[in-house]
Design a protein. Sequence first.
Length: 94
Amino acid sequence: MSPLFGRCTIDLPAELEGLVSTLLWEAETTGLQVLPGEDGRLRIEAFFEGDVPELSLPEGVRCLARDRVQDRDWLESYRETARPLEVGRRSYFV
């Protein structure tokens, strides 16, 4: 069985993305993804080895949910959808 990661889904104003991301890295997140939220706000999903630690979040920022997710190949969906990007006449980035 693959290990479980703790996940915290956070709702925040867009202007606090940098601050909240920094706080999450300082709390030793193993990774995060920023997603569009409602009314111009953002959602951040932060992942942690084991349980989600207690987070000290600024005013206007809240943890909507804490749960556990299975480890997986996190890049699989990227590999399936990535397309080469033409740069100049003869260079491509994948």
